[in-house]
Design a protein around this ligand. Structure first.
Ligand code: NAG
Ligand code: NAG
Ligand code: NAG
Ligand code: NAG
Ligand code: NAG
Ligand code: NAG
Ligand code: NAG
Ligand code: NAG
Ligand code: NAG
Length: 818
């Protein structure tokens, strides 16, 4: 009895300590971990436990940075087997295996160690390694490791982990991408060290190589941008007959960094900045077009700084001259003159090169370059040679056999390579070139600014824009659906109420003024802020038309369309009452040198997505099919949370459901945003809005107006031309608005640029529709390759309905003075 009591007391004590579990770094077999309990590593760097994503009950067991918010998960146990709810437990069994059990006790995930153990414990180390040990009580350092999470990496490669491949069995350890940012199940992309020929690091999608980081050159992988932040890290690459193993470490243990592969197949390195409390993107790959595996096909060199991007190697000529173009370089090049082999072929030296694919190469560490050249000369199928290791002036020998694939100019990390050419080609020295690597586009992201804080100070403005000032705001002209009746209740306000709200239409309440009447800021009795557009008395619209059209626009209800709250008519007074938009319009931000800083990339991306959704609604999902016809950044209003709202339907047209396109004699719209077919022939369709959308996207990304375009030292006359040229040269990221201090999501950025270019294609049928745009924005669709957009802005469509730029500018700046 007494013994039982003692046991019971022990048990009670044990349970009363439960809350302390959250501070433990290890557990033993009688300490299961529930959803509400976590392990924290000794120095507090990492935390392990159950977690779920925002919109889901499903629970995963994972490891994340302890003090960093939002949580970044560096490892997940049950990647593709989440538990449906929070009923699961994580435990270590008597024999040392780890289990995740669901509420019914079914095994969701487990480890499979078969060793026999005495005192198993699972411990979370400060490196983020979760290890199972057999605790040796007589010798604390004598614990033997039975299992460790570092042997099973997910998408993240952390200091101390090893990326290994076995040269004998071909087995390898890989990073695998998540399926999406909220689904840790293994996705399409992985990164590992391939062991064919000289081992090299590659990114694959299924069995296909998408990008090659390259072989080790003694200091780093050849394709890795080599910058000053590397001084915080040290690297180790060990190649033996049996195995290749790569790892990196921190030179200063207080550095926090992570390297991972995104769901879209990019590798990114981030450093955490304690000062700004943000992750700074340090490097990304593939960073440009030349990083797409074998983009130039065989025997060609890729250079992002030249146009065209691809050039045949010396002595080679395009396989199909007529097909060798930016559309598709993949056919590559063939020899112009067959090699003479024994009859004295020569070698052409290229400098600053990222070595080509080494999967069909041969190497020997102890052969020098001179010997290496001889070896290559002697074997007719040898096509190139280079040093294996670039340290101390170079050493070792690397030979290629067959086609040269995936060679490029590389800025910071290139080396010399010697390509075999027929003797007769070599004589032609007038044409011979040496190639020097230039700067690779590397994104260095500095410290950042507290965006919200400054925004609040900068924008306590009663401002609303002139956006609603046109009398044509409700000028929706019926197409075939003329009879469609709108049964919607749009409140008609008593004029006196609105007059009270606007301080009797006091001049001090005017927040915008155009040629067609003022816009007032007002506050209703219930505190609601409104913007009141007062149509000029000279407007020729009759009361019936006005009411009818107010009804129409009121019927358009979407999060990303500005909302009409009501209207008011009395005698000659015609008022439209809108929700008040404290942040005015998008152009006030993105084209303003100071304010542009307050819109970071995330916000920009959300704004692009919001506009796309609003436009899709107009085109497709609303009961009417509406073409806006005047989409531009100054017509995108921003609410207090910077959500975009499309406004100004003054030029909008309803078209029939089955009507693909329509014509008009009177071309109205805004210079710089109008599609060519509309500007020149007056024919418009949903695809003309798509064109304008494309311009808006590129303006948001580029931070410049399409028309008043100027970049120092650039010859292009508008943004589309500039964007296209950068894209074509494989340097799309240079389009970017000043991005200092911004943590970018590079794949989103690249996607947006490509989508922007696709939307501004010359032919309407080449432009995607908005539903496809949204799929592409979400990364759910393959992005087609854009062609050259029309560069010449169409000047034909200027119209009185477009406020000239000076008015725009005034509305952005003069309001601030109030
Ligand atoms: C966590 O939840 C479990 C099961 O619901 C419960 O037994 C335990 O007391 C909770 N622990 C803490 C620290 O709240
Ligand atoms: C959790 O899910 C299991 C089935 O997976 C179910 O039996 C159990 O009742 C659920 N528990 C709660 C608290 O919802
Ligand atoms: C453990 O072994 C089982 C059966 O062999 C297997 O299905 C499971 O994936 C293994 N678990 C781990 C974590 O390797
Ligand atoms: C524990 O450590 C001691 C001293 O190093 C060693 O002799 C002993 O074999 C260890 N015990 C186990 C079970 O590993
Ligand atoms: C990096 O340097 C640290 C400190 O000098 C050392 O402990 C660690 O083993 C090194 N790591 C690698 C991968 O070389
Ligand atoms: C490591 O980094 C911390 C924070 O950046 C710094 O204070 C410290 O001096 C560094 N230590 C060394 C040895 O460089
Ligand atoms: C490029 O051309 C090759 C061969 O002509 C073809 O197999 C490939 O599908 C083309 N790629 C694209 C993106 O059109
Ligand atoms: C590399 O070359 C050296 C010198 O020619 C030779 O002794 C050695 O066996 C070679 N090693 C391999 C792996 O071929
Ligand atoms: C040339 O090299 C290839 C690939 O290593 C090899 O298969 C072939 O036997 C070599 N030929 C001669 C003549 O050495």
């Amino acid at each position: 009895m007494e013994i039982n009591m003692v046991t019971l007391v022990c048990f009670l004590q044990f349970f009363s300590f439960v809350p302390i579990f959250s501070a433990l770094d290890s557990i033993t077999p009688n300490q299961p971990l529930h959803y509400n309990e976590t392990l924290i590593s000794k120095a507090g760097s990492f935390e392990a436990g159950f977690f779920s994503f925002d919109n889901s009950q499903r629970q995963y067991f994972g490891i994340w940075f302890n003090r960093i918010s939002p949580r970044i998960f560096v490892w997940v146990a049950n990647r593709d087997t989440p538990i449906e709810n929070s009923s699961g437990v994580f435990r270590i069994a008597e024999k040392g295996n780890l289990f995740i059990l669901d509420g019914k006790g079914a095994i969701i995930w487990s480890t499979n160690s078969s060793d026999t153990v005495q005192n198993p414990v699972v411990q979370l180390l400060d490196s983020a390694n979760l290890v199972v040990k057999d605790r040796n009580n007589s010798n604390p350092d004598g614990d033997s490791v039975l299992w460790q999470s570092f042997d099973y990496p997910g998408d993240t490669f952390l200091p101390g982990m090893k990326l290994k491949s076995n040269l004998v069995t071909g087995e390898y350890r890989a990073l695998t991408s998540w399926r999406s940012s909220e689904d840790p199940a293994p996705g399409g992309f992985s990164l590992h060290i391939d062991t064919h020929g000289l081992p090299q690091e590659i990114i694959t999608k299924g069995k296909i190589i998408t990008s090659r980081i390259g072989p080790w050159n003694g200091i780093h992988f050849v394709g890795v941008p080599w910058g000053k932040r590397q001084q915080f890290l040290n690297f180790s690459f060990v190649l033996t007959e049996q195995e290749v193993s790569y790892e990196y470490g921190l030179l200063n243990s207080s550095t926090v960094t992570r390297y991972f592969i995104t769901p879209t197949g990019l590798v990114q390195r981030f450093f955490w900045s304690d000062q700004t409390q943000r992750w700074d993107l340090y490097a990304v790959g593939p960073a440009d077009q030349c990083e797409t595996y074998a983009i130039c096909g065989a025997n060609a060199n890729c250079d992002v700084n030249t146009s065209p991007l691809c050039e045949c190697l010396k002595g080679f000529t395009p396989k199909f001259q007529e097909k060798w173009s930016p559309d598709n370089w993949s056919d590559g090049c063939i020899r112009r003159i067959n090699l003479g082999c024994d009859n004295g072929d020569g070698f052409m030296k290229y400098e600053g090169i990222k070595l080509p694919d080494t999967s069909s190469s041969w190497f020997n560490k102890s052969i020098n370059l001179e010997e290496c050249k001889k070896l290559c000369s002697r074997n007719c199928s040898c096509t190139a040679y280079a040093n294996l290791d670039i340290r101390n002036g170079g050493s070792g020998c690397l030979l290629w056999f067959g086609d040269i694939v995936d060679m490029r100019i590389h800025a910071t990390a290139g080396q010399d390579i010697y390509i075999r050419v027929a003797a007769s080609e070599l004589g032609d020295t007038s044409n011979s070139r040496h190639f020097n690597g230039k700067r690779l586009a590397v994104i260095l992201v500095g410290s950042s600014i507290s965006i919200i804080g400054i925004m609040v100070i900068g924008f306590i403005i009663r401002a609303w824009s002139k956006k609603l000032e046109k009398p044509g705001i409700l000028k929706l002209i019926f197409g075939k659906d003329k009879k469609e009746k709108q049964d919607i209740n749009l409140p008609a306000f008593d004029l006196s109420i609105i007059a009270n709200a606007t301080n009797q239409f006091s001049a001090t309440n005017i927040i915008g003024e155009g040629g067609f009447g003022p816009v007032y800021k007002g506050v209703m009795d219930n505190g609601q802020e409104i913007a009141v557009k007062r149509l000029s008395q000279h407007s020729r619209q009759g009361p019936e038309e006005f009411k009818n059209e107010a009804m129409l626009i009121a019927n358009l209800q979407h999060r990303n369309l500005v909302k009409l709250i009501g209207f008011s008519i009395k005698d000659d007074e015609r008022l439209l009452i809108y929700e008040y938009m404290p942040n005015r319009s998008l152009d006030c931000f993105i084209f303003d040198q100071d304010r542009t800083k307050f819109l970071n990339w995330d916000q920009r991306f959300q704004i692009i997505c919001g506009i796309a959704r609003g436009l899709l609604y107009l085109h497709q999902d609303s009961r009417l099919r509406i073409i806006h016809r005047d989409l531009k950044t100054s017509n995108i209003l921003l609410d207090k949370n910077m959500n975009p709202k499309i406004s100004d339907f003054g030029l909008a047209r309803i078209i029939g459901r089955d009507e693909a396109q329509t014509k008009t004699k009177k071309v109205v719209g805004t210079y710089g945003y109008m599609s060519p077919e509309y500007a020149m022939h007056g024919s418009f369709s949903v695809k003309s809005d798509v064109f304008s959308f494309g311009v808006v996207v590129l303006e948001i990304v580029g931070g410049r107006r399409n028309t008043e375009f100027s970049v120092p030292h650039d010859h292009n006359t508008n943004l589309l031309a500039f964007a296209w040229e950068l894209w074509n040269k494989g340097r799309p990221l240079e389009l970017l608005y000043a991005s200092e201090g911004d943590s970018l999501t590079v794949d989103e950025l690249l996607r947006c640029i490509q989508i922007g270019l696709l939307c501004v294609q010359e032919r309407p049928e080449d432009r995607p529709d908005m539903s496809y745009v949204i799929l592409m924005l979400n990364g759910e669709r393959q992005l087609p390759k854009p062609r050259e957009p029309p560069f010449h802005p169409h000047k034909f469509g200027s119209s009185g309905s477009c406020p000239p730029k000076s008015i725009n500018e005034m509305s952005c700046t003069s309001l601030e003075a109030r």
